[in-house]
Design a protein around this ligand. Structure first.
Ligand SMILES: Cc1cc2nc3c(=O)[nH]c(=O)nc-3n(C[C@H](O)[C@H](O)[C@H](O)COP(=O)(O)OP(=O)(O)OC[C@H]3O[C@@H](n4cnc5c(N)ncnc54)[C@H](O)[C@@H]3O)c2cc1C
Length: 271
């Protein structure tokens, strides 16, 4: 709740009359999320089997389809192609990843990658007044909007506004949620009320791309210059794909940590 400066009596009256007017509870709070996550939807075996397909495709270029193609031969072949920069061959592939509890800012950055395909949570069609489980019933007096907070900030710290009031980040988002609720109660549709939602609002997204495009996304979004959220989320994805597909993604390595202790990466030349 936003605290008025030096006006406790007025605050008390506001709260008292708020309930007298039968308005929704004041203390319903939005939820701050600090730990987004991901799930690779493409099965592990399917990811690995694609290595063999890529070797078969690549060997067509050189007419060198001799012996049996195995996981081992494919890994060696693909690592060599990547080292040579012959990356069109690794376009014969696909990986789908679902990202959960990310901000709309993150999804906005992801959808700039034009060679990938996307399905993202809609702020038009998702009604935040519905239960999180997607139940049909709409309860305008009781719902919670999720927002993604920076992991390195004090979200409770009061920030002085130019008009003398003080709001913390968390209080500002609480007000945002209240305003969204008020607009809905006033008859606004979700697609109109969404206009007041900030970049921090939580959004899930599914992204499909071939391995070459994933490598490009990692190259662009894991450097120190990239935003902390996309860098953090994709850094965790990189950890996983390096385990499953070292031949494809093994040439990225941690290069350090930013001033907030968040990792950044660089591409290293394979031996
Ligand atoms: C640190 C950072 C800061 C950024 N700041 C801003 C910003 O201030 N404002 C802003 O608008 N964006 C910004 N971006 C986004 C950036 O401009 C790109 O839109 C985004 O990174 C996608 O990159 P891309 O176009 O290379 O990738 P993709 O769309 O994934 O494309 C992959 C590659 O395919 C090729 N390609 C794709 N489409 C075409 C095409 N039509 N013609 C020719 N080749 C094509 C290119 O080689 C491209 O690199 C920023 C990105 C980063 C990483």
């Amino acid at each position: 709740m936003i605290k008025g400066r030096g006006r406790p009596l007025k605050t008390f009256y506001n709260i008292f009359f708020h309930f007298k007017r039968g308005l929704p509870p004041l203390f319903l709070n939005m939820q701050l999320i600090k730990s987004p996550s991901h799930l690779i939807l493409t099965p592990k075996e399917e990811l690995e089997n694609q290595l063999l397909r890529m070797e078969k495709a690549g060997r067509t270029c050189y007419q060198s389809e001799k012996g049996e193609v195995t996981k081992e031969t494919a890994e060696k072949f693909i690592a060599r192609l990547i080292k040579l920069g012959h990356e069109s061959v690794i376009e014969h592939s696909q990986m789908t990843v679902k990202f959960f509890d990310c901000s709309r800012g993150f999804t906005h950055e992801m959808v700039r990658h034009r060679l990938a395909s996307f399905s993202q949570e809609s702020t038009r069609y998702v009604d935040y007044a519905k239960d999180a489980k997607g139940e049909a019933e709409v309860n305008l007096n009781k719902f919670q909007i999720k927002f993604v907070a920076p992991p390195h900030t004090n979200n409770e710290e009061p920030i002085l506004l130019e008009d003398g009031r003080k709001f913390s980040f968390a209080e500002m988002l609480t007000e945002c949620e209240k305003f969204y609720r008020a607009l809905r109660i006033a008859g606004w549709l979700p697609e109109d009320a969404r206009q007041i939602l900030p970049t921090a609002v939580k959004a899930d997204i599914v992204v499909s791309a071939n391995f070459r495009e994933w490598r490009h996304i990692f190259k662009m979004r894991l450097t120190l210059a990239a935003h902390w959220e996309i860098r953090g989320i994709l850094g965790n994805l990189l950890d996983e794909v390096q385990q499953v597909l070292p031949a494809v993604f093994g040439d990225f390595a941690e290069a350090g940590q930013d001033k907030n202790g968040l990792r950044y990466f660089k591409q290293v030349k394979a031996e």
